[in-house]
Ligand binder design. Structure first.
Ligand code: ATP
Ligand code: MG
Length: 294
């Protein structure tokens, strides 16, 4: 079929939000892939490369990668993170799940908790939800904004525009510091979300995932879609693109996410650190010492 990981990564990238419309992206798209089996070969190849490149990222210890996952409930964030990262060395990877802010977090600026959890050099950091909640759930439910204790004169009709600007500036700052940002919106349809909620009710092993709050959030679907569209429009950039990943078929979601991560790491031209001649000289002495051991 000849589709490469790069083709997949490019197809769902939004690098300039000006002309972004959510309706141009189909949640049930699988492009030219007809079935899971069809996609799995390429996925396996992608996961092998991912594992190999993570080794170099870690050894080189210069760049860091920040992967952000945003989605409606049941879009498959957790499963995607689990599958795509299954082959990587856990020492080089950290996942943070952002919930509704704590009292301590509400006493700080909105980026504070993210700043504390940024990946170190050589690592992959995963944000399961992120500071993007600030222009999504907080926009849909204004009561969250009230809890943030901002001085009232700072809360004007420009607040969302200001947040987009602040987030974009923050992401530029990260780029200037060697932290590469990639953002995924797992684009599930309302219909498929319903099917998945029903499964959570029916299957005992999935019961624990059920939450009545998720059903309530579903009522605000159109508002969320507007908030996602606006957010992507204002914060997609060359250096920190959004990927609008079809999420009605989990096997395809995984393939696209893996493709993006592989392509991103590939673009960094990562190398194992070179050993200096002086250091290499020590090898001979070390070998002699080891061989002398009884
Ligand atoms: P998830 O829904 O991500 O799979 P979960 O079900 O384990 O995780 P939840 O209790 O649903 O955990 O936590 C996520 C909730 O926290 C979401 O409803 C999300 O909108 C909310 N949240 C995250 N960040 C913020 C924020 N900055 N302000 C308000 N609510 C937030
Ligand atoms: Mg939840």
């Amino acid at each position: 079929m000849g589709i490469t990981l790069k083709d997949l990564s490019d197809r769902y990238a939004v690098c300039n939000g000006k002309k972004f419309y959510l309706k141009d992206f189909e949640p049930d798209d699988t492009w030219k892939f007809k079935s899971k089996e069809h996609a799995d070969e390429l996925l396996e190849h992608g996961l092998k490369r991912l594992s190999e490149m993570q080794g170099r990222l870690y050894a080189q210890n210069e760049w860091a990668l920040l992967l952000i996952f945003q989605a409606m409930d049941a879009a498959g964030k957790d499963g995607t993170i689990k599958h795509v990262m299954s082959g990587v060395n856990p020492q080089g990877c950290e996942v943070f799940s952002f919930k509704a802010p704590s009292a301590e977090e509400l006493n700080h600026d909105f980026l504070w908790r993210s700043m504390k959890n940024l990946p170190e050099r050589g690592r992959i950091g995963i944000f399961n939800r992120s500071y993007y909640e600030e222009t999504l759930v907080v926009r849909v439910h204004k009561e969250f904004l009230e809890k943030q204790k901002l001085p009232p004169k700072l809360v004007t009709k420009n607040i969302w525009k200001e947040r987009f600007e602040d987030i974009s500036a923050f992401e530029r700052y990260l780029e200037h510091n060697g932290i590469i940002v990639r953002k995924f919106f797992l684009n599930v349809s309302k219909e498929e979300q319903k099917n998945r909620f029903l499964k959570r009710l029916e299957e005992p092993k999935k019961n624990w995932k059920f939450s009545a709050a998720d059903i309530r959030e579903r009522q605000a679907w159109p508002k969320y879609m507007e908030a996602y569209e606006e957010t992507i429009r204002h914060t997609a950039s060359e250096q920190a693109p959004w990927y609008v990943v079809p999420a009605d078929h989990k096997w395809f979601t995984r393939l696209v996410v893996a493709s993006v991560i592989v392509e991103t790491l590939d673009s960094l031209k990562l190398k194992f650190p070179e050993v200096s001649p002086a250091f290499r000289k020590e090898f001979a002495a070390a070998r002699v010492a080891l061989e002398k051991e009884k």
